[in-house]
Design a protein around this ligand. Sequence first.
Ligand code: ZN
Length: 80
Amino acid sequence: MIKYSLCCDQGHVFEDWFASSSKFDEQSAANELTCPECGSSHISKTIMAPNVSTAAASAPAPSCAAAPMCGNMGCPSMQN
Ligand SMILES: [Zn+2]
């Protein structure tokens, strides 16, 4: 999921989640995006960088048990 900061042609800024960047393009091209404040369908992305939410970003780092070759000398699994 990608969260975009969007703005309408009236200058209202809001945020919405999209499955992917291409999904945003699709919905934007189909005028399916509307401003929650004024209902305008003239929506564009703000220049703010999108927040990307991925499983890799939210999941904890793999444990050393799963990655014994991590190379971290402080790692408990390296001291066996
Ligand atoms: Zn608006």
